[in-house]
Design a protein around this ligand. Sequence first.
Ligand code: EPZ
Length: 433
Amino acid sequence: MDKIRIIGGTPLKGTITIGGAKNAALALMPACLLTDETLTLCNLPHLVDITTMAHLLGQHGVAMSMNGAADNGGHTGRVLELTAGEITNTTAPYDLVRRMRASVLVLGPLLARCGRARVSLPGGCAIGTRPVDLHLKALEALGARIDLREGYIAAEVTGRLRGGQIIFPQVTVGGTENALMAAALAEGETVIVNAAREPEVSDLANCLVAMGADIAGIGTGTLRIRGVDRLHGAVYSVLPDRIETATYALAAAITRGNLELVGTRADLLESVIKLLTEAGARVTTTERGLRVDAETDAIVGVDIMTEPYPGFPTDMQAQWMALMATAAGASMITETIFENRFMHVPELARMGARVNVHGASAIVRGVPRLSGAPVMATDLRASVSLILAGLAAEGETVVNRVYHLDRGYERVEAKLAACGAVIERVKDTSPAE
Ligand code: EPZ
C-alpha cells in the first residue's frame, strides 16, 4: 500500500486548482439511471470513488465514454457521458457497496425507473454506524415496499412511485438525494421537509431540473418536486469541491503560507472562511477563486461545532483539529454528525498534538511545533488531516494507508509539491497488510 512521506516546515506558496466536488459527482452520476438519454457530466474529478461508481453503473447497463481534460463550452475537468439506454440489472452487489457507501444512491433512481431495485445494505464504517433507515422511510413514503433480506435492501413498487410527504427527523444528505431522484419520476407532488441544504444536494437538484424535473425550493430546507413522466438528457458541470478548497485553505494556514485556490467559489464555504479569519488567516476572494494568506499573523485557537450546511462541515473537522494543534491557545471541537469521527486524534497525538476527547467534544491545546512521525490513516478526511499536520511538523512524517486519500483528493502530493511542500508518494512493495 502506498505511503506519503513529508518533510514538514515549508510555508506553502503558489496556486492550487480545485477540482469538481466528489460528493456532488457521486450523486449526479446515478441520476443518469433516470433517463434513457445521455447525461454528460463535466468537471468530474479523477478519484477512486468516481471509478467505483462508474463500475457500479456499468454493471446496471449504463454505457459510458470518458474524455480527458476538456474545454467544453467553459466546462473544465474530465467529461463523462453516461447513457442508461436500457437497465439490464437492478442489483447493486455487496462487493461494490461495501467499497463505497455512496453506492446506495442508485436505489432511488433504479426504483423510480424500473419499479424495483436490490441494493446491498452498506455496513458501518470507520466514522460511524451510518444507517440508511431514513433513505428507506423516504422511499416508503413514495409507495415503495421495502424488505431487508440476506443483507440486501429489496425495494419494489407496483406501477409508478407516488408523490408524498417526506419529513426527515434529521438532516441526511444521501437520504435527501435518494428521495429527490425517486420523486422526480413519481406521480404527483412530493414535499421533502428538513431536506439537506448542502451545495451538493442543490447541484443534484439543478441537474435534475436541467433533465426536465420540476423542483422548487432548491437550496432551502423544503423541496417541492412535481413528478414528471420522463426525464431527458442534459449537459451539466459538477460544482467545485468545497471540502478540497477548505482543506487547501487550511494547508496555507497551518504552514503559515499564502495560496490562491482557483476554480472554486468562496460562497460554498462561508462558515469555514469566517472561522479561519477569526483564527487569524486573511481570506480574500479573487477573480479566479480565493486567496488564503497566513504568512504574517499568528493562528489562534477557535472553537468549532460541526453542523449540517451552512454550518461547519463534519468533513473539515479533522483538518481543523490539525490546524488547532499548532494554534496559540486552546480550542474546543464538537462533532455532532458522526459518532466516531475522532479516529485521527491518537495519530495526531503521536505527532505531539495535545488533544483530550470528552464524548463528542475534543479540547485541543496548541503546541508551538508538531513533530514528524509515522502515522496511520483511518478514513479520507483523517488521512488528509495527517498530511496537513505533517506539512507543519518538524522532521519526517510518513502517512500509511493512503488509499483513503485517493478516494477523495486528486493528485494531492503533486498539488502540494508545486507550492513548495517536500512531499512524495512512496510505492509500497511489501505484502499487503
Ligand atoms: C454525506 O454522507 C457525505 N458523503 C459525507 O462525506 C459527509 O460527511 C456527510 O454527507 C455529512 O455531510 C457523500 O456525499 C457521498 P448523511 P451521507 O446521510 O449522505 C445519520 C466524505 O468524507 N443517518 O447526511 O452518508 C448518519 O448516520 C464523506 O466525503 C441516519 O441515521 O451522510 C449521520 O449521523 C464521509 N439514517 C447523519 O445522519 C440515515 O438513513 C448524517 O448523515 C441516513 C443518515
